[in-house]
Design a protein around this ligand. Structure first.
Ligand code: CO
Length: 205
């Protein structure tokens, strides 16, 4: 049986390296987490939340799914948002997509992929909402634009969620951001679609 011992070796080396720099790191962190950010990103192995924003464990609460979709009835995503906002009191929710996203690509092409096609329907909706903007563009430009439009749409979905609506109603300082990550250069781009109130949510739509 392959017990993946190389991963345990890597884990030990990693933990020892952190402890060498800060002997109390894990004991302090084990007592509580107080992240300021909730990251909603793609499951893609190349888009690792903590590493991209260069933050250590404890600094970012994370939810990832294929193509960073926020579905109003997705109990998993809603529960993460609820816990992050109501219990951890995060100040920022970041929806981060990425160029070259396989989920977006699959939603743009009309091939069959099985079960996942049901999930991709949410992105096909985004494609339909913005058909006029996508029309006439070359494939690569369409793909890049749909990656961005999907993030903008998901930012709105976060804003419309009961979790965020309740937080804003209670006067909490909570901002939702839309970013896209470049696989080719490792750089984040802010889509300037941040919202922190219903007024901004409505203005933006
Ligand atoms: Co992706």
């Amino acid at each position: 049986m392959n017990k993946l011992t190389h991963l345990f070796d890597r884990n030990l080396a990693w933990a020892n390296k952190i402890k060498a720099e800060n002997p109390d790191f894990f004991s302090q962190l084990s007592k509580q987490q107080a992240p300021e950010y909730l990251w909603i990103g793609c499951s893609d192995s190349r888009v690792a939340a903590n590493q991209i924003i260069n933050l250590p464990p404890g600094e970012v609460f994370v939810h990832r799914n294929i193509a960073n979709v926020v579905v109003h009835s997705d109990l998993n995503c809603l529960s993460v948002m609820h816990f992050a906002v109501e219990v951890l009191k995060v100040k920022h929710i970041i929806v981060c997509g990425h160029y070259g996203c396989g989920g977006i690509k699959a939603a743009l092409e009309n091939e069959e992929h099985g079960l996942i096609d049901n999930w991709l329907c949410h992105i096909k909706d985004v494609r339909r909402f913005h058909a006029d903007k996508l029309k006439g563009l070359e494939y690569k430009a369409q793909l890049d634009l749909l990656c961005e439009l999907n993030v903008i749409e998901q930012v709105k979905n976060v804003g419309n969620s009961t979790v965020v609506q309740n937080a804003w109603r209670n006067g909490e300082n909570l901002t939702i951001h839309g970013w896209v990550y470049g696989l080719e250069n490792g750089i984040l781009k802010d889509l300037n679609t941040s919202i922190c109130s219903n007024e901004e949510l409505e203005n933006d739509s």
